[in-house]
Design a protein around this ligand. Structure first.
Ligand code: MEV
Length: 323
């Protein structure tokens, strides 16, 4: 049996705007998805017959990427992420599955994070009707802190470029990394789950629709791009206060794009007095918010009292790996 683990991600800045080419900053979290594969008589997923049409990410990776025609596999998935909640669980699943299949087919070939990031991005794009930035998939594959933008952002280390034909036209992204300074080691992320699932594909389509009917909303996407750059400068300098302020500002713009919800706003407000900054993270509509804090226990309690489910993580865990 081969098992691979891939971390989930938390977007600090730039969700939604990144689909339009603006920058986004994401960190890998301590929690993630483990996929185990073993040869079997029939195709089995989680103890049940594997039905291809119900699992677009898995079928895309097996058929379109690896053109797998070997012995049927028994696939097991274990996740410590909230699913359909903006934590990149489908990206982590795609990365862990692709790593496990690659290791099953070519046990001597070392994992290539960039290749896995590209594979997982193609799986996300095929499952999200062509609208997916490489943010979730690259962060889960490479780990650490990842910046995704249409052109490389100053002060980042370039890793690879990628492009995609989306319903809104061709998009090009530059994927880079940033080292997390030691000053940030005294801070934690507390992710707060609303308990309400949300579909990334439909939230991304909702923003595309809002912007096409209200072209002035492009201004919010541009503002998110500016806030993201300011947040990145604060992060690189280890300036926790400025980092938190940029997170608050980003949440305000995401509210204007109508991707927040009452529950997300409640959890953000509950966390703020105990944190440096708080915002929704990921696609919104439900899912999770995130607070940056030096007192993770207090922040978790505040989120819990407001009806959320907290999860604590350091910033920037390691990327996909065979376990
Ligand atoms: C989802 O985690 C982040 C979005 O920006 C979508 C994407 O980047 O593909 C909403």
């Amino acid at each position: 049996m081969i098992s691979a683990f891939a971390p989930g991600k938390c977007i600090l800045f730039g969700e939604h705007a990144v689909v339009f080419g603006h920058p986004a900053v994401a960190v890998a979290v301590d929690h993630g998805v483990t996929v185990s594969v073993s040869e079997s008589k029939d195709w089995v997923l989680e103890g049940k017959p594997f039905l291809k049409d119900r699992h677009p990410h898995i079928s895309h990776i097996l058929e379109n990427v690896f053109q797998y025609d070997g012995t049927p596999l028994c696939i097991d998935i274990e996740s410590s992420l909230f699913s359909a909640a903006g934590m990149g669980s489908s990206a982590a699943l795609s990365n862990a599955l692709a790593a496990a299949i690659q290791c099953h087919l070519k046990p001597d070939e070392p994992l290539d994070g960039i290749k896995l990031a590209r594979i997982a991005h193609s799986a996300e794009a095929s499952a999200q009707k062509g609208r997916a930035s490489p943010t979730d998939t690259a962060t889960s594959a490479l780990g650490g802190c990842i910046v995704v933008s249409d052109t490389q952002v100053d002060g980042t280390r370039h890793i690879f470029d990628t492009e995609l034909d989306t319903p809104e036209g061709k998009r090009h992204w530059s994927v880079s990394a940033v080292d997390i300074p030691e000053d940030l080691e005294q801070s934690w992320l507390v992710i707060g789950y609303t308990g309400e699932g949300s579909s990334t594909g439909s939230m991304v389509a909702k923003v595309a629709d809002l912007v096409s009917k209200n072209p002035e909303k492009m201004g919010d996407l541009e503002s998110i791009g500016k806030i993201t750059k300011a947040g990145l400068t604060a992060l690189s300098a280890g300036n926790l206060e400025a980092l938190g302020m940029a997170m608050d500002a980003c949440h305000h713009k995401l509210q204007s794009l109508e991707v927040s919800s009452n529950k997300l706003d409640m959890l953000v407000l509950a966390a703020r007095p105990h944190s440096l900054g708080a915002k929704l993270t990921g696609a919104g509509g439900g899912g999770c918010m995130v607070a940056l804090t030096t007192d993770p226990k207090r922040t978790s309690e505040a989120i819990e009292v407001a009806g959320g489910i907290p999860m604590i993580s350091k910033l920037g865990s390691e990327g996909v790996r065979i376990t």
